[in-house]
Design a protein around this ligand. Structure first.
Ligand code: DON
Length: 575
């Protein structure tokens, strides 16, 4: 469908849907031409790391102190999170990273996302009555994609780091061997998933020692994962994807009913992709391209908002335009996006400021647009599983990494004595047409499972580059990742510092269900009333992300690091 018919279709559909007497089209200005990317000049002279766990933040600082750069520190943080925050991310999962190398200004997206095994079968995820099988999609070996994280860590070290992989993995190996005190979040995640964990002896042995989650204040060791990390440290990616670890992984998965093969592991490839760049109010945002939907949505939303004078609007009006932009971006997410190696996507159209201006034409100034006649879906509480960390080093290298095993403790399946907890990322595919996934997201054929294909993600690690100020930003939160990162970017551009951005109150709209999810305290009573009068259904929601932000003021060379105050175990630290 060409741009013209798409715009006409949108306007027509919305014109039919909207019956507001006397309603007028919004006065949309011509879209600004994208500015050229910002040059980030200078070096901070010191470093900052913000992650979801203080042990992991310290691992990053330790590797920086050994002469490592931001990318070595990223390997240390990610591998340590695999040990201390397994409910969110780990060796059995995948990650997406946006990085900027200070020397030459290279900006690149590292795609270490999981892939579907070659023997993937759609019928595994459907019950005999045709309904979606939520159990196989979320629990056990059928729910697990081929992990990308170990290959991604080896890639980062080899292509961007200064230190050997072994040195950067050392803090994680030490923590796994010597043990650590699990924080309340990990103990709660294990308790939440205990019933599922009990299904597999290796999972129960690891997470339910003596039949119970690890007790408060007691050291917990992970010698099996330490051995697997050592194999990776010793042999690089082959230490995981070939040889004894690979054989144990495949053996454990197949014995428990999964479909992995040794060839699936050997064939896994990290992909480097061009990030998405978008210019907004004097800043250049560098963010995640497909197979994440995050960057496309963030770019679309910013392009739409560029047509409105948000700074001179009251809270109701401003929020209204932000929600309407979110709604339209998520509609396109459902329709078009998937793995770029498998599907053709109209990215030029989706990312064009002209397309965004066309979408904005359908936003009425004074009322909400009803989402559509598609079936209403339910939005599952995403909890906080998936993790994001941000690093800037003394030379100005920047890295934003969002890493995941998907749902809380992934598939809850530990692959035998490898100590590797497998992801349940298969649920991020549109496994059954028109059935929402655990985050209430719908998808089309573009995101249907296929052998070797990457499932669509919402992960949106992002850099915000300005003349005077830069930020490294990201969050977990399932589908709300996209809107939380967007709101963080807007807050930064409005002048907020790292701590304010991490604490910033949040709201979310994802087209379907047609509701605005709102954190307590986001809107004052008058704003909430104003939004309701415009036709918005405001739905309270308790669980919000775990944002970890580093900012750099280039004028003073000051770095700030902040971890989300909603989760006390995080730590942002300047070295
Ligand atoms: O890649 C994705 O979009 C999801 N697997 C992320 C899951 C997530 O953020 C869970 N929790 N907060």
């Amino acid at each position: 469908m060409n741009l013209f018919s798409r715009l006409k279709g949108t306007a027509l559909l919305l014109g039919l849907l909207l019956v507001a007497p006397g309603a007028a089209w919004a006065d949309v200005k011509a879209p600004a031409q994208p500015a050229s990317p910002t040059l980030v000049a200078g070096k901070p002279g010191h470093a900052a790391v913000a992650s979801a766990n203080f042990i992991a933040t310290h691992a990053g600082l330790e590797v920086l102190a050994k002469g490592g750069n931001a990318f070595d520190a990223a390997v240390a943080v990610a591998s340590t999170l695999s040990v201390v925050e397994p409910e969110s991310s780990g060796l059995g999962g995948g990650f997406m990273a946006v990085l900027r190398r200070a020397d030459d200004g290279k900006e690149v997206f590292i795609d270490a996302r999981e892939t579907a095994p070659a023997a993937v079968q759609a019928k595994d995820y459907v019950n005999p009555d045709g309904s979606p099988n939520r159990d196989t999609a979320l629990n056990g070996p059928l729910s697990a994609g081929i992990p990308g994280a170990p290959a991604g860590l080896a890639w980062l070290a080899e292509h961007y780091g200064r230190l050997p992989l072994k040195t950067s993995l050392a803090p994680a190996i030490r923590t796994a061997r010597e043990g650590f005190e699990p924080d309340p979040r990990l103990r709660k995640a294990i308790a939440d998933r205990a019933q599922i964990i009990r299904r597999w002896p290796a999972s129960a042995a690891k997470y339910l020692p003596g039949g119970q989650p690890p007790a408060e204040g007691r050291k917990w060791r992970d010698p099996d994962q330490a051995r697997t990390l050592e194999a990776l440290a010793e042999h690089g990616r082959d230490g995981f994807y070939r040889g004894p670890v690979a054989e144990h992984l495949v053996d454990a998965v197949r014995k428990a009913g999964g479909r992995w093969t040794l060839e699936d592991l050997a064939a896994y490839q990290v992909k480097e992709r061009a990030p998405i760049g978008v210019d907004y109010r004097g800043y250049h945002i560098v963010t995640a391209p497909p197979p994440s939907s995050g960057g496309v949505a963030i770019a679309q939303i910013l392009n739409m908002l560029a047509g409105f004078d948000l700074a001179h609007m009251d809270g109701v009006q401003r929020t209204h335009y932000v929600i309407e932009a979110m709604r339209r971006a998520f509609r396109d997410h459902n329709d078009y996006l998937g793995d770029p190696d498998f599907v053709k996507m109209p990215l030029d159209m989706l990312l064009s400021p002209y397309y965004a201006a066309g979408l904005s034409q359908s936003i009425l100034p004074d009322r909400a647009t009803p989402s559509s006649m598609l079936p209403v879906t339910s939005l599952f509480d995403p909890g906080m599983h998936t993790t994001h960390f941000s690093i800037i080093d003394k030379d100005g290298n920047m890295v934003a990494v969002t890493s995941t095993v998907n749902y809380e403790l992934g598939s809850a399946f530990v692959a035998g004595d490898t100590g590797v907890l497998l992801n349940d990322e298969m649920d991020d595919f549109a496994l059954v047409p028109d059935a929402p996934n655990v985050y209430g997201l719908l998808g089309s054929k573009a995101n249907a499972p296929a052998p070797g294909k990457r499932m669509l993600s919402s992960m949106s690690p992002s850099l915000v580059l300005g003349k005077d100020r830069c930020a490294v930003i990201g969050s977990p939160g399932g589908s709300t990742i996209i809107t939380q990162v967007l709101e963080g970017i807007l807050a930064f551009i409005d002048g907020e510092d790292a701590a304010q951005i991490a604490a910033h109150k949040r709201f979310h709209h994802q087209f379907l269900p047609d509701k605005v999810f709102v954190e307590d305290g986001t809107f004052d009573a008058a704003t909430a009333e104003g939004l309701k009068r415009m036709g918005y259904e405001l739905t309270p929601r308790e669980s919000w992300g775990f944002m970890n932000v580093v900012t750099w003021d280039l004028r003073s060379n000051r770095l700030d690091a902040a971890s989300d105050p909603r989760r006390p175990s995080g730590l942002g630290k300047v070295q």
